[in-house]
Design a protein around this ligand. Structure first.
Ligand SMILES: NC(=[NH2+])NCCC[C@H](N)C(=O)O
Ligand SMILES: [Mn+2]
Ligand SMILES: [Mn+2]
Length: 300
């Protein structure tokens, strides 16, 4: 595995969320020892540093249904190019958020590189809102919908027209909090949703195995987009939108270990770490642990 390269792309953005602070996520994750720990696993690490992201203090909200749209569109376009280039260079992009609007650029970049890959979206939320269904106007509640062609063209056409995901190969795991119309739209889509209730009933192993089968079917591999708020707030307090009843520490690791074992993982996002709300960088540490599990770390 020594010849394999992970390219780290930091996206210090919090324009997509109401709570400030996730812009410090990339720092907190690096501070938790990301690069050295990946190297110890035998990976070569290329850290590109962070993309340039404006801070909200220098901007004004123009549309309350799509807060900071021009700024997020610009960052997403840059991320799209950066991810597409990484894939063309044959390295593995690891995108550090930042709020989950980073999913827009990651998925557009994958599509722009001409890759047909499945997607597993670990999240409490569906992130499947449109400007019409959103209650918050926060774009981090929309990236999966955008990738599926729903929303304004400023976002859906980043990296080219058309859908950036194949619905049949898209799976959400760990969901427990939808907005009403968002839930309706997801029901009407061909996206597979495994809720917390499914995890309770089937167990994480079965859910992830089924998820990998669905996401991997007929594709070159999968992208995993991991929102730390999928984990129970007792283990991951440093997230912007915590919701009770999440997956456990071990369930999260098991999921990543199964992803690694499948050999399907081609790119990864780690989103929504909020150091301001964290205790002693616990959530960022967990994020690094999960990244390592996803990239092959075994207990024994
Ligand atoms: N990536 C996230 N944490 N998204 C939270 C979204 C919450 C809510 N559904 C909204 O649209 O605002
Ligand atoms: Mn999310
Ligand atoms: Mn979430």
């Amino acid at each position: 595995m020594t010849d394999r390269v992970i390219r780290i792309i930091g996206v210090p953005i919090d324009l997509g969320a109401d709570r400030r602070g996730v812009d410090m996520g990339p720092s907190a994750i690096r501070y938790a020892g990301l690069n050295a720990r990946l190297q110890r696993l035998g990976w070569q690490v290329e850290d590109l540093g962070n993309l340039n992201v404006p801070v909200p203090e220098t901007r004004e909200i123009q549309d309350t249904h799509l807060k900071y749209l021009p700024e997020i569109a610009k960052v997403s376009a840059e991320l799209t190019e950066t991810v597409a280039k990484a894939l063309k260079d044959g390295v593995v992009p690891l995108v550090l958020g930042g709020d989950h609007s980073i999913g827009i650029g990651s998925l557009a970049g994958i599509a722009a590189a001409g890759k047909k890959r499945g997607l597993i979206w670990f999240d409490t939320h569906g992130d499947y809102n449109s400007p019409q269904t959103t209650h918050s106007g926060n774009i981090h509640g929309m990236p999966l919908a955008v990738a599926n062609g729903i929303g304004v063209r400023e976002l859906t056409e980043i990296g080219g027209p058309g859908k950036k995901i194949s619905e049949e190969n898209t799976v959400i795991i760990g969901a427990r909090d939808f907005d009403l119309d968002e839930r309706e739209m997801l029901h009407r889509s061909k996206i597979t949703v495994f809720t917390m209730s499914d995890i309770d009933q089937l167990g994480m192993k079965e859910v992830v195995s089924r998820g990998l089968e669905i996401a991997g079917r007929g594709t070159e591999g999968i992208h995993v987009s991991f929102d730390l708020d999928v984990i129970d707030p007792s283990e991951a307090p440093g997230v912007g939108t915590p919701v009770a009843g999440g997956i456990t520490y071990r369930e999260a690791h098991l999921a990543m270990e199964l992803v690694a074992e499948s050999g399907l993982l081609l790119s990864l996002d780690m989103a929504e770490v909020n150091p301001i709300l964290d205790t002693h960088n616990k959530t960022a540490e967990l994020a690094v642990g999960l990244i390592c599990s996803a990239f092959g770390k075994k207990i024994f």
